[in-house]
Each structure stands twice: as structure tokens, then as C-alpha cells.
Write a new protein. Structure first.
Length: 311
């Protein structure tokens, strides 16, 4: 079961005021390490001021709630990131590949430290995987050829083809199978801050919210069928807690099997039923994305919308 959460970039662009206050109050050691002036903290609250949505809402809901287009322009995180010396997108590096400046690095480090600590408290084990791999691994996992268009082209080294990592799933599976496992080890929860690279088309690249290189909270849970219900409950509770901490109200989408799916109909029936039941147990409103699932797995997408024109 995969629980890849690409939320860090969104928190930069949308909303984070409560967490900064919590860090400063609850973690004196972290606060002591903050070398930025108090004016930066106030500035950060501007950059990441909250944008709230109804669970079923989209961008129109946020605009109707008081975020007109001129306000969205004022809150544009790309503009504020440059003005506040937080991050930039040097042309010399390439489109969609951000670099974080010292002030932005402070915020990024504090966010990651907090989330790493919370994951460990939730029973996850921290791992680390490389940024590049032989392309055969992605063929074995099924990511190739399905996602070839969104992956950077391969490079040839020492007679083998290598590709930049677009997802951490295959590598976490290799960690799982690196030795014999006992059922007593399950559920096995692995996570990392996975830096991945995806060749987004130039027309959709948009600051930190749609980048070609980004770091995501990348987690995978290995469990038995009997454990799935409890693991889904825990994942949803943790996800909603985490988004709420950043003043975000996400909306859920249950995406069902596509025509090019891998696996049997019975497996997809079971997975879709489990996800739908979990959403209903937690009384989470959701929309149905019929046929919009990925070919490799049954995703239950969680989306947020920024104070811009892109949900």
C-alpha cells in the first residue's frame, strides 16, 4: 500500500501559519537554532497564508470565499519567494528545478524535521534511496513504459541505461525483499523524503506546486489483507491531521481502475472496496474519478487548491 504525499511544496504555496507558531512554542531547541529575524517569521506567514476549501470544493469555492484574482496575484508564491529571498528557479539549472536559499532552507528543514519526527511516532521507519537507477527496475515495477513520457530520458553508462528516479516505490519494494520477512514484522511502514524528477510539460510547470524536481513525503506500508483496514484508518487520520496542521482542507477523490490496469478484477474490486469503506468510515466526502486510476495501483487522491488559478 502506497502513501506518497506530495504536500511539502503545497504547504509552501498555500498555508502554514499554525505550524511555525507550534515550533517556536513547543521546541525551544529548534527555536534557538532559528537565526532568521522575527520579520522573516511574519513574512513567512504572508507567503503561506491559508486558503480554505470545502471538502467538495475546488478553486471556485475558494474564490467565492473571498480570494479574488487580484488577491491570488498578491499571494503568488513565486513572486513572494523571490521578494523574501526564500527560493529561486535559475535558468542555468532548468525549468521547474528550484533552489532554496538560506532563509527558505530554515523553513524547509523545520518542516522536514517535524514531519520526520511525527512519522517515527506513527511507527514508520526512515529509509533513504538513490536519485538514479537502472531503468530495468522501473520496467520490473511496471512504471515503464506507462510513465515514460513523464520521466526524464535515460542515460547510458557502462553499457546500461539509467534513469532519474520519478518515484520511490520500486526501491522501497527492494528494501522489503532484501531478506526473508516474518509475518510478525507486518505491518512494515517505510518512508523517506524522496527527491524525484518528473518531466512535466512546460505548459504545466508552475512554481513549487508543479515542478520537475521536488521532494515528497514518500511512504509505503507492507501489510496483510487483514491489516489493510486498520492501516487505511491510520493513514487517513494522519493525513487529515497533517493537512489540518498546515491550515489546509483537502478533498478526496476515489479513482477507479483504468482500461490499462495491471492485476486482476478481483484485486481491484477488493482494493476499491477497502478505500471506499475507509472514506465512508471517516465520513470524508469524496468524488468518484471513474477510470482515472493509475494502471499500477488503486489511488485515493487527496487534492488541495491554492489561492491561484490552479487546483
Amino acid at each position: 500500500m502506497s502513501a506518497s504525499l506530495n504536500w511539502i511544496a503545497w504547504c509552501w504555496a498555500i498555508g502554514l501559519p499554525k505550524v511555525l507558531r507550534s515550533w517556536l512554542v513547543l521546541s525551544s531547541s529548534s527555536a534557538a537554532r532559528l537565526t532568521a529575524p522575527s520579520s522573516l517569521i511574519a513574512a513567512v506567514r504572508r507567503v503561506i497564508s491559508p486558503c480554505r476549501l470545502e471538502a467538495r470544493g475546488a478553486l471556485a469555492a475558494s474564490l467565492a470565499a473571498g480570494y479574488p484574482l487580484e488577491e491570488a496575484a498578491r499571494r503568488d508564491h513565486r513572486k513572494l519567494g523571490a521578494e523574501l529571498d526564500l527560493f529561486s528557479f535559475p535558468e542555468e539549472i532548468g525549468s521547474g528545478l528550484p533552489v532554496f536559499h538560506p532563509k527558505g532552507g530554515i523553513i524547509k528543514r523545520e518542516m522536514e524535521d517535524y514531519v520526520r519526527r511525527r512519522h517515527i511516532e506513527e511507527g514508520f521507519q526512515y529509509v533513504s534511496t538513490p536519485h538514479i537507477s537502472k531503468d530495468g527496475l522501473f520496467h520490473t515495477s511496471g512504471h515503464l513504459p506507462y510513465y515514460a513520457e513523464t520521466m526524464y530520458p535515460p542515460m547510458e553508462l557502462e553499457g546500461a541505461k539509467y534513469q532519474l528516479k520519478a518515484m520511490s516505490c520500486p526501491m522501497h519494494n527492494l528494501i522489503y525483499r532484501s531478506r526473508g520477512r516474518s509475518y510478525r514484522e507486518l505491518p512494515l511502514r517505510l518512508f523517506e523524503f524522496g527527491t524525484v524528477y518528473r518531466y512535466e510539460k512546460s505548459g504545466v510547470v508552475h512554481g513549487l506546486t508543479r515542478a520537475r524536481g521536488f521532494t515528497q513525503d514518500d511512504a509505503h506500508i507492507f501489510c496483510t489483507r487483514e491489516q489493510i483496514e486498520a492501516e487505511l484508518d491510520g493513514a487517513l487520520e494522519y493525513l487529515w491531521f497533517l493537512y489540518g496542521l498546515f491550515d489546509l482542507v483537502p478533498r478526496a477523490e476515489l479513482s477507479t481502475r483504468p482500461d490499462n490496469k495491471l492485476g486482476s478484477d478481483e484485486e481491484w474490486d477488493f482494493s476499491e472496496e477497502q478505500l471506499e469503506s475507509a472514506l465512508k468510515r471517516h465520513e470524508i466526502p469524496y468524488v468518484l474519478g471513474a477510470g482515472e486510476g493509475l494502471g499500477l495501483t488503486v489511488p485515493s487522491a487527496v487534492r488541495v487548491a491554492a489561492a491561484s488559478t490552479r487546483p
